[in-house]
Design a protein around this ligand. Structure first.
Ligand code: ATP
Length: 283
């Protein structure tokens, strides 16, 4: 087959603690990540003379800086071939919104190419290629809820999340991840907050005490609207609400799918923010 269609999901961070800064400038974090049911679609056309990218979203680059392009380029380099592939990305995941869309697209390209070429790379080898593209790429290749440590390369499966409905609210502006880390004062991060591998399936009410994101202080400092979104979600019955990644997207977690549906409609009716009603992608 010379064409492959690959769903490319978004992620949310249910916990994100910045642990330190390495001499090379990278931040080390501990984060709990889950994929959610909000998808871009990545289409690969094989047997092309070179690598090319087209994307339905006008602000996503179509040159070598596209993470999907970089993934294909590193894959072919590792395979020592000068083959090409045409990549089309139908973008649904809001861009630069803390939802990992670009990293997910890169992972989809790596999985698709590996499948097409007869699995030349093991999962571990593919994750190493993915890490060269970006810190979140290995997580998307892992395909489980995961605790990621370090710069994204140390992944541990986390099986203790209950099924939850997620109302995702995206305020429509973009926040560059690099800007957030640049403005993070490590002295102000919450040193007391630790990630504990506890079972959240047993008691849903524990979920809200576990949710945490060190980066909220930076992004909310500049965009207080994020606090208003959190409040709106909690007023509408969310068990907990948190900014994802470096923001600005905020998610509310609901035990009850009907209540989530109502909350989603209620926020959408205000006409101020984009909203999505989705589920956590649990295995
Ligand atoms: P990060 O993974 O850095 O936290 P994010 O999840 O907030 O980022 P993305 O949607 O992945 O946001 O986009 C971040 C930036 O990466 C965008 O501003 C865009 O210019 C660039 N980019 C490169 N490739 C892609 C892609 N395939 N999809 C979306 N953005 C891309």
């Amino acid at each position: 087959m010379n064409r492959l269609v690959i769903p490319s999901p978004a992620k949310i961070n249910l916990f994100l603690k910045v642990v330190g800064r390495r001499p090379d400038g990278y931040h080390e974090i501990i984060t709990l990540l889950s994929r959610i049911g909000l998808f871009d679609t990545v289409v690969l056309h094989f047997d092309q003379p070179s690598i090319s990218v087209t994307c339905s979203h006008p602000r996503v680059p179509e040159d070598r800086s596209n993470l999907a392009y970089r993934a294909a380029s590193l894959f072919f380099e590792a395979l020592s071939t000068d083959d090409g592939v045409a990549i089309f990305i139908d973008k649904v995941i809001p861009v630069a919104a803390g939802l990992g869309g670009g990293s997910s697209n890169a992972a989809a390209v790596l999985m698709g190419l590996n499948q097409h070429y007869g699995l030349p790379f093991s999962d571990g080898e593919l994750r190493k290629i993915g890490l060269k593209v970006g810190a979140d790429v290995p997580f998307f290749l892992f395909r489980h809820v995961a605790v990621a440590r370090g710069i994204g390369d140390d992944l541990q499966m986390y099986e203790d999340l209950p099924p939850m409905s997620v109302v995702l609210v995206c305020p429509g502006f973009e926040v560059p991840t690099a800007w957030v880390y640049k403005n993070l004062s490590l002295g102000l991060t919450n040193r007391e907050k630790r990630f504990k591998m506890i079972n959240l399936k047993e008691d849903f009410s524990r979920v809200k005490h576990r949710l945490f994101n060190d980066l909220e202080q930076v992004t909310i400092g500049k965009f207080p609207e994020i606090r208003s979104i959190k409040k709106a979600l909690l007023n509408l019955g969310a068990e907990a609400a948190l900014m994802s990644g470096s923001g600005p997207s905020v998610f509310g977690l609901f035990k009850d799918a009907q209540q989530a549906t109502k909350a989603n409609h209620s926020i959408r009716r205000r006409g101020r923010w984009d909203t999505f009603l989705v589920e956590l992608l649990l295995p």
